[in-house]
Design a binder for this molecule. Structure first.
Ligand SMILES: [Zn+2]
Length: 157
């Protein structure tokens, strides 16, 4: 039997350690949590994606009474990109979350499996790693790529 390891390196940063570009993305992701529609979970998520054309697009989770019909912040942003900027490529994504108490979460929250799969598709289109920033209240986790979030991903590429 042969075994191998799959590793992901996660950097833990504070806000003041971010570059100006990272801070701008983090600020927009946090701001986007206020446009979440989460009357059921009360878990408000915002996402901000920096594109290769310099645009930054945002998304927020949108829930629905028919529960599976809602969507996460990450997918609302990336599908908006696919429709409006089909030629631009992802450079970085920041995701911020506020818990049921309305405060930003202490432990940075990671995207759900469906979002990881959707985001990976856009990383493959970009042809290089897309920086991932996961924002908690004081801590920010940074990864070099979406693939780090989804080892053994399903891909057709
Ligand atoms: Zn999700």
């Amino acid at each position: 039997m042969k075994t191998f390891e799959v590793k992901a390196t996660v950097e833990e940063l504070r806000y003041d350690e971010l570059t100006e570009a990272q801070k701008a993305l983090a600020d927009l992701a946090r701001e986007a949590t206020h446009r979440s529609y989460a009357p059921y979970s009360h878990f408000r998520v915002g996402a901000a994606i920096r594109l290769s054309n310099g645009e930054i697009i945002t998304g927020a989770n949108q829930e629905n009474a028919a529960y599976p019909s809602g969507t996460c912040a990450e997918r609302s942003a990336c599908y908006y990109d696919g429709v409006n900027y089909p030629d631009a490529r992802f450079e970085a994504i920041d995701i911020a979350d506020r818990g049921t108490d309305g405060e930003f979460v202490d432990e940075p929250c990671s995207p759900c499996g469906a979002c990881r799969q959707a985001l990976l598709q856009y990383e493959l289109l970009a042809g290089r790693g897309v920086e991932v920033l996961l924002c908690g209240r004081d801590r920010i986790y940074r990864l070099d790529s979406i693939r780090s979030l989804l080892p053994f991903a399903f891909t057709e590429f």
